[in-house]
Design a protein around this ligand. Structure first.
Ligand SMILES: Cc1ncc(C[n+]2csc(CCOP(=O)(O)OP(=O)(O)O)c2C)c(N)n1
Ligand SMILES: [Mg+2]
Length: 810
């Protein structure tokens, strides 16, 4: 096993301790570690006996986490993965009862504050949004960003959490934000498994933090495996800190301090963490702590057993080098505790863990039992007066005899009962239906709520302020409207920052930020490397710590490089914490149509399918975009704004209140009235539709053009559905592939807005071709909806309805 220490370890703690105090600390540490191990063992048993569905635990990783917890202070952050229960217990950010409540999927934030029963076990979070939507004082609390299951997916946000401390330390204008930082003295702690360092997100984050020099401390828990795949197939030289040596700071360079330490060596671990974290905290130098020789006493998870793929020798080694066994041996040989003392403490700890487990189980089971009894009784009462008495009695009996029942058993039994009594109508049945409605409401809150934070600070509650124009308002390039909007907002709110590729010195590739870095400084408007995933992570982390980032993705086509972070982490944050965390980052990008295969994308279907949990804004011009930024920067929910790539040089009038007027989200606008066909379009195609409308007018066809402006939320006042009541015909035009963004719009209008009932002909869509558009004007013409395509699509619908008046063109 590798064991070279790149840094020799320092002394144990700053404060001089008596041997008795020292003993107490160590014994307490061991107790926390031992309880954590018991929780893993018991947790696994609960899954194998069917009380919980899946289990993944931190056994074999306890001792390093005890050491890490010693270096963790109020104000600090953790962004980690599913092995960290010991750290969470040791810091007090979680406890055994919450551990079991989550294992049992208890849908209650009092019992599982991390996720309200939504996440698998060992997925941690602290709650930093109060129920009224305000922030808790993060400078005083220990903070844990919500875990996700996708390995390494939590790395990009770690960068942002660390970067916030850099901004809080270096930008004196932020001193008023006292509840988020004390002079940037916080460290963002990351943990990751050895196997997961093979992911691109790990390397992207690692490099970016080295460039930015932020207080980020990454611990790699190295157990030499990633499920069944050994280090030889994961990591060059089978040693991650060895290959990252080039990142080591040298005289006069930026970079990392890199440490390597064995996962069973309590003393070395405490010394290493103390030393590493003080460098990180004081100097804002990122550190890597590679913890080797870790084990997995129970294997990877409850899904399989490691005996299948680990050799006998490896398994024997894991037994011998179990970190708790080694710590125990060391405590005895150093006269810290006798075997008898430890035996006694261990047996008490076992009892305590068992009690916590029972309480967590009983609290959940008792609640369900009450509901189940009510439901079964209501079914039995209904059974007496209906034809299907025997079947209903059987349903009630079956429900009462379910072992470890869930709410699905209850609700499903009621729904089946209602199907069997579809032709009956008795007071008992009405009672059952109303019971179901009441429970459904509670279950919706338990299982379906908080996709968005939905607080009083939501952008949906931002007051509408209309754009005002002076009589002699200047006609300027669209990009200048945006530039004026950003300028006003940067002036107004010191917590706003913007960053991305080419955003700083040149003010973005289309000059929306031109001149603003000079005016507001390079802590507020700044260039980044080419690293889309961590640009989003950077935004996420900053926004979780009270700053207002605009994270720029240079072109919409490159959003794919950040989709994993946006979809897995950002979009699910509010939902998976049941509103306990929020990250109001604004993602700015530009797209739809310019040139060639990778600069003309309009993958709205991908976005709508993968980013539920963000507002999706598709402004038709830069003035509307500015109004949306004004709204979003005053709200507290994440959003994507897609500017029209071909619109920056088109002339627009400058509103007098360019930094103040707001465009409300979800409000569609009728761009042109007409009685023949409702045409719904957005973004770059909208202009083509408006031009086509002129020519169609000459052909005696009057289209009503509607711009939904935002795709999520979509037309909350049913403007599209109402328009259909007049025109009875619907055409949706966009430049995504067929059946993608346009299919979503159809679903909203036909199903949600009941538009189907107003139609007198088949609803149609006009989209781009199935492939991406080739380079050049011809490529565009033959791939994306053109002026001609729009006219013909509209005309053909009219022709189909009235061929006499509108004969086929060709
Ligand atoms: C992106 C992604 N790919 C694959 C998985 C499936 N998976 C879950 S854990 C795991 C192994 C992780 O190994 P390692 O990083 O070494 O952590 P360990 O479990 O050994 O502590 C894999 C492949 C996942 N959750 N996410
Ligand atoms: Mg591993």
């Amino acid at each position: 096993m590798p064991e070279t220490a790149l840094h020799s370890a320092g002394k144990f703690g700053d404060v001089e301790l008596s041997f008795d105090d020292f003993k107490k600390i160590v014994i307490n540490d061991y107790r926390v570690g031992f309880e954590s191990r018991q929780a893993s063992i018991l947790g696994r048993r609960e899954v194998l006996t069917g009380k919980a569905k899946f289990g993944i635990f931190g056994d074999g990783k306890e001792v390093a986490q005890l050491a890490m917890a010693k270096a963790f202070k109020p104000g600090d952050w953790r962004s980690g993965y599913y092995r960290d229960q010991t750290f969470m217990f040791a810091t007090g950010m979680s406890n055994l009862k919450e551990f079991f409540a989550q294992l049992y999927a208890t849908p209650d934030i009092e019992k599982d504050p991390a996720s309200g029963g939504r996440q698998m076990n060992c997925h941690y979070a602290t709650r930093f949004v109060n129920p009224d939507g305000s922030w808790v004082n993060q400078a005083e609390t220990m903070n844990c960003a919500s875990d996700i299951s996708t390995t390494s997916g939590h790395m990009p946000r770690l960068l942002g959490l660390a970067y916030a401390s850099k901004l809080y330390r270096q930008n004196k204008e932020l001193e008023y934000l006292k509840q988020f930082s004390v002079n940037g003295n916080e460290v963002a702690f990351g943990t990751i498994g050895n196997g997961s360092t093979s992911e691109g997100l790990f390397f992207e984050t690692f490099n970016a933090a080295g460039v930015l020099q932020v207080p980020m401390a990454i611990s790699i828990w190295d157990d030499a495996y990633a499920i069944s795949v050994p280090a030889s197939l994961q990591t060059t030289k089978e040693d991650i800190s060895e290959i990252l040596k080039g990142f080591q700071c040298e005289e006069g360079t930026n970079g990392y301090e890199i440490f390597k330490v064995r996962g069973w060596d309590y003393v070395a671990l405490c010394e290493t963490y103390e030393r590493a974290i003080s460098i990180c905290r004081e100097k804002h130098v990122p550190v890597l702590i590679h913890v080797t020789e870790m084990t997995q006493p129970q294997g990877h998870s409850t899904s399989g057993s490691h005996e299948r793929y680990k050799s006998k020798e490896r398994l024997a080694w894991e037994n011998d080098y179990d970190c708790l066994v080694k710590m125990r041996d060391w405590m005895i040989s150093s006269a810290i505790a006798s075997p008898e003392e430890l035996d006694e403490m261990e047996s008490e700890a076992k009892k305590f863990v068992r009690e916590c487990q029972r309480e967590a189980w009983n609290e959940r089971a008792d609640e369900i039992k009450i509901e189940l009894d009510e439901a079964a009784l209501a079914i039995e009462q209904l059974a007496h007066n209906v034809a299907a008495e025997t079947e209903l009695t059987a349903i009630a009996t079956a429900l009462r005899s379910v072992i470890d029942p869930g709410r699905n058993d209850i609700v499903s039994s009621i729904r089946k009962t209602l199907r069997l009594t579809v032709k009956e109508n008795t007071p008992e049945k009405q009672a059952l239906i109303s019971w179901l409605y009441t429970e459904n409401e509670k279950n919706t809150e338990r299982y379906n709520s908080k996709l968005f934070s939905g607080t009083p600070y939501s952008p949906l509650n931002v007051p509408v302020i209309v754009a005002e124009y002076e009589d002699d308002a200047r006609l300027i390039d669209g990009r200048e409207v945006l530039n004026a909007c950003f300028d006003a907002n940067f002036e107004r709110d010191k917590s706003i920052v913007a960053f991305g590729e080419d955003v700083g010195a040149i003010g973005d590739v289309n000059q929306g930020f031109a001149g603003l870095q000079n005016k507001y400084g390079d802590l507020r408007i700044v260039d980044t490397g080419i690293r889309e995933a961590t640009i989003i992570g950077q935004g996420m982390g900053l926004s979780m710590r009270g700053l207002r980032p605009i994270a720029e993705i240079q072109y919409l086509d490159y959003l794919i490089y950040a989709m994993n972070v946006i979809s897995d982490d950002l979009a699910s944050l509010s939902y998976r914490t049941k509103g306990g965390q929020k990250a109001p980052v604004i993602i700015r990008t530009r797209g739809h149509r310019l040139e060639g295969i990778w600069h003309s994308g309009s993958p709205m279907g991908m976005i709508l399918g993968g980013m539920r949990g963000l507002h999706i804004c598709v402004p038709r011009n830069m003035t509307q975009a500015a109004g949306m930024y004004n709204t979003l920067l005053r709200g507290d929910e994440p959003a994507l704004v897609i500017e029209c790539l071909n619109g920056y040089r088109l002339k627009e009038k400058l509103p007098a209140n360019v930094g103040e007027f707001t465009v409300p989200l979800g409000k569609a606008e009728i761009m042109r009235e007409g009685a023949d066909i409702t045409v719904v379009s957005y973004g770059s195609t909208l202009r083509i539709v408006m031009e086509a409308a002129e020519e169609l007018e000459k052909m005696d066809i009057h289209i009503e053009v509607i711009d939904p402006q935002t795709l999520y939320p979509f037309d909350t006042d049913n403007i599209c559905g109402s328009s259909l009541r007049k025109t009875n015909k619907l055409l949706v035009i966009d430049e995504d592939i067929p059946g993608s963004g346009s299919a979503y719009i159809l679903q909203r209008i036909l199903e949600k807005q009941n538009g189907y009932y107003s139609l007198d002909s088949q609803p149609k869509t006009l989209s781009a071709k199935d492939h991406r558009p080739p380079y050049g004007s011809d490529g565009d013409y033959f791939s994306k909806p053109s002026h001609d395509d729009v006219i013909e699509a509209v005309y053909n619908m009219m022709s189909e309805a009235n061929p006499g008046k509108y004969p086929a063109i060709y």
